[in-house]
Design a protein around this ligand. Sequence first.
Ligand SMILES: *Cc1c(COP(=O)(O)O)cnc(C)c1O
Length: 383
Amino acid sequence: MADWKVSLYRPRVGAAEAEAVAEVIRSGWLSNGPVTRRFEEEFAAAAGVEDSVAVSNGTAALHLAFLALGVGPGDEVVLPSLSFVSAAAVVTLCGATPVFADVSGPHDLGVSPSDVAARVTDRTRAIVAMHYGGHAADLPALAELARRHGVALVEDSAHAPATMSEHGVLGTVGDIGCYSFFATKNLAMGEGGAVVARDARLRERIRRLRSHALSVSAQERHRGGPSVYDVDSFGLNYRPTEVGSAIGLVQLRDLPDRQRRRQEIVARYRHELADLPGLLLPYAGRAVEHGAHHLFAVLLPPGTPRPRLQERLAAAGVQTGVHYPPSHLFTAYRERFGCREGQLPVTEDVMERQLSLPLYSELTDDDVRLVATEFRDALREVA
Ligand SMILES: *Cc1c(COP(=O)(O)O)cnc(C)c1O
């Protein structure tokens, strides 16, 4: 691994997580079990919903959401191209067609409700909202659109675990909310995820599909329950482990504190970078108290050579990233669905200019100052 002065992400893990993991190992039960159940209950409580289903990762959460909704061949799902490619991939693997929609604009990188509306057809089964960087997508407009057309609203809330926003707790406004607890996310188990759904029957379907659609779980058999089971649909193994859930429980208790620190860091970045000519800070007009602040995204002045800027910052020990290459321009989507350049002008324009600066709760004020100073210098040099 490179020796960064300031890396793009760093999970906050320590003695409390190590002790929780040791306890799981001493218990002798490693797969989905009582620790996972406790995580599901505490995650649901933190999000203010009745229950949650923990899964092996965020992509599994999205896959289960579309399977439980019955998305299949002949169906379409309208979703942002400006996202991690997971949702588009699992829609395709369900046999359905991902229909990419544009984003609202440079100040709001969430999917545009009016562009989504223009792409809804009688084949549409679901709309996906992704809370870019932990900032709420336009949930009121998207929920109204979904309701009007009788389709499901799925929230890809991978960037925002149990997070209050202007529009309610992210992931809990639509029909199904999907979370990721990958190593770089705000709540980091290494690998992990969760699904919430308002409809209890939908939740039970997701719980069944998570474990081969068995009528009796391995845990119930282990506890002496019936050893013969039935299978009433086609399931997968997307179970989490007790080790991940133990780490998640520790992090969940710490989450409000971590989120507050992210807010402070973002406020500092906004202040330090406020007066750079041509630089645009998406979401800078929103109160720092809202959202999860998973990414600190900037849009570079038009024409800035981003690779050179990133090289210059890397030489100074500052790691940066790009979130995300638009999904519709990946080879697989061009070849399968005929996607092409020019199809989503706002997405394509902002993604040429997007850059993510380091953001995690362990960043010190000195780190933030260093990143801001190096960024200003680098921008001046490459301009
Ligand atoms: C990380 C991420 C995912 C996928 O989560 P995994 O746990 O890595 O499978 C999906 N969508 C978005 C927006 C993400 O950032």
